[in-house]
Structures are given as C-alpha cells and as structure tokens.
Design a protein around this ligand. Structure first.
Ligand code: TTP
Ligand code: MG
Ligand code: MG
Length: 412
C-alpha cells in the first residue's frame, strides 16, 4: 500500500470518495485521494492578543471580559486557566479563584484585525477554507496551493506562518475528516499539533466520550447515558433502531462518525457581492430635505458596514420605489473607489437628485455598493468574521442594474 508522508493511504487512481464532487476540486492522478483536513484554532485568542500587545501582561493570569459586578469572562490566558478560570465564568467567581487575575476589557477591533491576518494565512495555502469563528477554520489541504503534499507538514507550516505574521500561537488537528480534525486540534493546546492517520481514526473515535461528538449537547448526552452509551464504541454496540428511536435524525450521523466515516466537505464562504440597506417610509415622501435626511441615514448604515468590513467599493447604486411600486435603480462607478460614508453620500445624492428620473413621491430609498475589494487593495477576504445575518444583504436589483441606466420595473 502506498503511504503518503503523513501516513494517509493513497487510493488507487479512479477510486473516488463518496460524497465529494471531483469536478469541484480535481486532484491529479498522482495525488492522494484521501482527504487531508486541517482544523486550526487560535490559543486563548482574545487573551493572547492582549498579552502580545501589552508586554506587562505576558506570563500572567489574564482574563478578557467585563470587570463589573455582573461581568463575565470571555476567555482566559493559560496562566489563569491553571486556577480554573474559563470562558463564561462570572468575573467575580474568577477573581475569587485567582486573586492575581488581571481583567482587561475586550478590544474587538484588535481581534478582528488578528483574525483577518490569520484567515489570510489560511487562504494562502488553500481556497478551501471554511471559517467557523474569528479564531478557527477548517481547511482542505489535499491539494494545497503551496507547501508539501502532506497534511502534517502543511499544518506545521500554517502554524509557523501564523506565528510569524501575527505573533500568536495556534493549535492544529489533521485527519481525513472534519470531526476528527476538530477534536484533534484541541488535544495538545496551546501550540499543539495532533495528527490522526486514517488507520487510527476508528480507534480514536471509539475511545471518545459521546459528549465530544457534534450535535451531542447535555440533554442528548443524558439520553445516551440512560441507554448505557458513554463512548464512540458504545454507539456501535447498541441496536441502530434503538438509537434512531432515542435521537431521530442525529442517530444516522453519529453512527457514520462512530464508524470513522465523515466525508462532509469543507465549504468555503461565498464571496460577498454587495452591501446594501434600504428604508421604507411610513408615508410616501417627495420633499427634498426630508429625502436627503433619509438617504443620509441609509448611507450611514452602508458606509459603516463597508468600513467595518475593511472593504472599498467600485460601484454605488441607489434604488427608489414609487407609490405604484415601480422600482428604479441608478448606478455610478466613480474614477476613485468609495471607502466610507462621506463619499458614499456624495455619490448617492447625485444619483438621487441630479440624475433624471420620473417625478413622484417615494415609498422606499435604498443604497448599495458593489465591486467590493479589500480597502488595502489586496484581494477581498470572503470570510465570516464581519458577516452577520443582516450585514450582507445582496441587492439583486442593484446587481442587475445597468450602469447609469434606468430600470423601470412592474409591481413585485
Ligand atoms: P475559543 O477558541 O473557544 O477559546 P480561546 O481561543 O480563547 O481558547 P482555546 O481555543 O485555546 O481553548 O474562543 C475564541 C474566542 O472567542 C475567545 O478568545 C473569546 C471568544 N469567546 C467568547 O467571547 N465567549 C465564549 O464563551 C467563548 C468560548 C469564546
Ligand atoms: Mg481558540
Ligand atoms: Mg475557537
């Protein structure tokens, strides 16, 4: 049997994995078709950033969180964890456990910046990055953009590059599936690297407590305990039907994982196409001053999101809806890209008030920006940290609009 550098069995050419789309990520015949999944998670992330930026905090028990009576610890340095301080612990309890504890308030901008750098490192190794949080992601490095074709060596290279570019440490887990890679990354924190070879996966999963499995919260765990199930091995011992009765759909997934089968793909985030916001008025508006104020408020929202995501935009689009629900959009692509609220407002006002459009009272005004790119002029970061559900509204009308064009539409 051919064995890759890190022990992954090389499948014979033509033998494809189930559940993967070979056209989405073609692998040359000579490359191992056993997937190499890396899970990376930063160590004590917020606290580590604080210790990096404030040398007097290094080596000391530090908690990031609220210092008030009702404050809660967001995370703690490994020095503080020795005293039992952990995330979600009330700060008063933490101080009692560790009287030397230094509690610092969070600086989210610094964490976002560190996160962006870390994700940039990920993307320099592969486009198949699935961000899970500010400080962690799954990477499929079966066919990396650079580095040796070994999960272990790529993971080591990623850790080294993160340390070099951010001054922070990360822990990584390597396996042929997401579940095992994620459990592995937590095993030797901080600054750990744990590799579980395909041969080791079944034994590894069998020994895990069921609480470690995806989807098993305290209540499910209780139900499983009642059935005498405490480990991955126990899951395989019970009658599958009994498991289905107790857990429903989750049973099938758990059984697969307990057998060491986990072929869920690493799903990269879709790149954000536009950022937009709009306002529907309580009553239809025609007065320029009032419309100007409304437009300014919408621009403020869009501009803030743009800046917060550290993006700039090539195109600005204004959308209006008339009393009869006709929608018209106008776009402009200025010579200089738009990076903030002030410029955005200038272009949006020109589009709304000086570009000709049919007269009439308006029931809605919207503004969106598209043609996004990173404000520092590098490639757009298609990553999760800045995205919230209301943040990335893709404005279909704006996207379809011809530049400087007029697009009358019928009622929706
Ligand atoms: P985690 O990765 O869970 O924790 P961590 O990076 O601090 O420590 P480690 O991974 O080494 O165990 O979370 C990442 C960040 O998310 C963490 O630094 C702070 C924040 N966070 C909260 O704000 N509240 C929480 O309850 C948790 C768990 C994390
Ligand atoms: Mg972490
Ligand atoms: Mg994490």
């Amino acid at each position: 049997m051919a064995v890759a550098t890190d022990g992954h069995r090389v499948r014979p050419a033509g033998e494809l994995q189930r559940g993967t789309d070979p056209t989405a990520h073609p692998a040359p015949a000579s490359v191992s078709l056993v997937r190499k999944i890396v899970h990376v998670d930063m160590d004590a992330f917020y606290a580590a950033v604080e210790q990096r930026d404030e040398p007097r905090l290094r080596g000391l028990p530090v908690a990031v969180g609220g210092g008030s009576e009702r404050g809660v610890v967001m995370t703690a340095s490994y020095e503080a964890r020795r005293f039992g301080v952990h995330s979600a612990m009330p700060t008063v309890v933490a101080r009692r456990a560790c009287p030397e504890l230094i509690v610092v308030p969070p600086r989210f901008a610094a964490y976002h910046e560190a996160s962006a750098s870390v994700h940039e490192v990920f993307r320099s190794f592969t486009d198949l990055v699935e961000p899970l949080a500010l400080d962690e992601a799954f990477l499929d490095v079966s066919d990396p953009k650079r580095g040796p074709p070994s999960g272990t060596l790529v993971a080591r290279a990623i850790k080294a590059e993160i340390r070099r570019t951010t001054g922070l440490t990360a822990s990584a887990g390597v396996a042929n599936g997401k579940f095992v890679a994620k459990v592995a990354s937590g095993m030797r924190k901080p600054d750990g690297l744990t590799v579980i070879t395909p041969d080791e996966v079944p034994g590894f999963v069998a020994a895990l407590p069921i609480e470690a499995f995806f989807g098993v919260g305290p209540r499910t765990a209780e139900r499983l305990h009642a059935l005498g199930i405490r480990t991955g091995a126990d899951l395989l011992r019970v009658e599958p039907l009994v498991l289905h009765e107790a857990l429903g759909k989750l049973a099938g997934f758990l059984l697969q994982v307990a057998r060491g089968v986990d072929e869920r793909p690493v799903v990269p985030d879709r790149q954000r196409k536009s950022i937009g916001a709009e306002r529907t008025f309580a009553r239809d508006l025609e007065d320029r001053d009032v419309l100007e104020d409304e437009l300014a408020a919408v621009c403020e929202t869009v501009g803030r999101r743009l800046t917060r995501a550290r993006l700039a935009a090539r195109t600005v689009t204004v959308k209006v809806k008339y009393r009869d629900f006709r929608v018209i959009t106008r776009s402009t692509t200025p010579a200089t890209p738009v990076g903030g609220t002030r410029e955005l407002r200038r272009f949006a006002e020109a589009l709304l008030f000086t570009t000709p459009r049919p007269a009439g009272a308006l029931r809605l005004v919207g503004v969106s920006v598209s043609g996004l790119f990173a404000a520092d002029r590098r490639v757009v970061q298609p990553m999760l940290p800045f995205a919230t559900t209301d943040d990335g509204a893709v404005d279909e009308a704006a996207r379809a609009a011809p530049e400087h064009g007029c697009e009358p539409r019928g009622p929706p």
